[in-house]
Design a protein around this ligand. Structure first.
Ligand code: HEC
Length: 115
């Protein structure tokens, strides 16, 4: 009983809402969450990791980088991927905050949604 209640509550968290946004927008058609190779770079372990860019520089995937990657990603190209493949997206500030949480905790969130 208690578990069911917790489950219902967790489905209403911003994290779960943000996962639904990514599914609705087809993000996970190009980005895997389990490190398997798709059209875009995997999200597995992305948050806080070092990203190699096509121009030879690298940076840490923090909130600012992730926001830019989603909203204005044409500026920074991940090594081995073409930035023009990803379509432009427009999100509200709240939706975008949800995205940051996804990358911070993606595995936990997905497990929660699947169970
Ligand atoms: C048609 C395929 C496609 C779709 C759909 C797509 N992306 Fe991407 N995405 C890419 C490619 C290719 C790159 C790498 C090129 C670049 O750096 O822009 C990328 C890069 C990114 C990065 C930077 C990743 C990294 O490893 O540094 C983030 C974050 C991201 N996408 C988020 C999203 C989100 C959120 C959505 C849905 C709203 C989405 N993407 C939908 C293809 C896609």
């Amino acid at each position: 009983m208690a578990a069911k209640k917790a489950e219902a509550a967790s489905a209403k968290t911003p994290e779960a809402g943000a996962v639904l946004i990514t599914i609705k927008n087809g993000c996970t058609g190009c980005h895997s969450v389990d490190a398997s190779p798709l059209t875009g770079p995997t999200w597995f372990g992305l948050y806080g990791s070092q990203v190699e860019l096509a121009d030879g520089t690298s940076l840490i995937a923090d909130d600012a980088y992730i926001t830019e990657s989603i909203l204005e990603h044409y500026g920074k190209e991940v090594a081995g991927f073409a930035p023009t493949i990803m379509p432009p997206y427009v999100f509200t500030e709240e939706e975008n905050r949800g995205h940051h949480r996804i990358y911070q905790d993606f595995e936990v969130i997905l497990q929660r949604l699947e169970s």
